[in-house]
Design a protein around this ligand. Structure first.
Ligand code: FES
Length: 107
């Protein structure tokens, strides 16, 4: 699926995210090297670090519902906004076509 990731410098990248590799948004950001190594995905996608926090910009793409661990992590993280999600908790599926997310600042 095509998704757009706005990096921490504000540059927009439209990328192709595979739906058949059990990847999530955080791994796509890493795969395309859209954030410096060591600044995203620190906990390995366990919803325990918030380094993968992103703001969901698109309004017409339905995302998987937030689970308790994601909600708990976001309640402790910095720079949280109403549209914050953890990239590692959003699996890449066909439903994500057209998703636009902006990476939250490094914290
Ligand atoms: Fe740590 Fe997502 S990679 S919370």
């Amino acid at each position: 699926v095509n998704i757009t990731i706005i990096d921490r410098e504000g540059v927009s990248h439209e990328v192709q995210a595979p739906t058949d590799m059990a990847m999530n948004v955080m791994e796509v950001v890493r795969g395309y090297e859209l954030a410096p190594e060591g600044t995203i995905g620190i906990c390995g996608g366990m919803a325990m670090c918030a380094s993968c926090q992103c703001y969901v910009i698109s309004e017409n793409v339905e995302l998987p519902e937030m689970q308790d661990d994601e909600e708990a992590m976001l309640s402790e993280a910095f720079n949280v906004k109403e549209n914050s999600r953890l990239g590692c908790q959003i699996n890449i599926t066909e439903d994500l076509e057209g998703l636009v997310v902006e990476l939250a600042p490094e914290s």
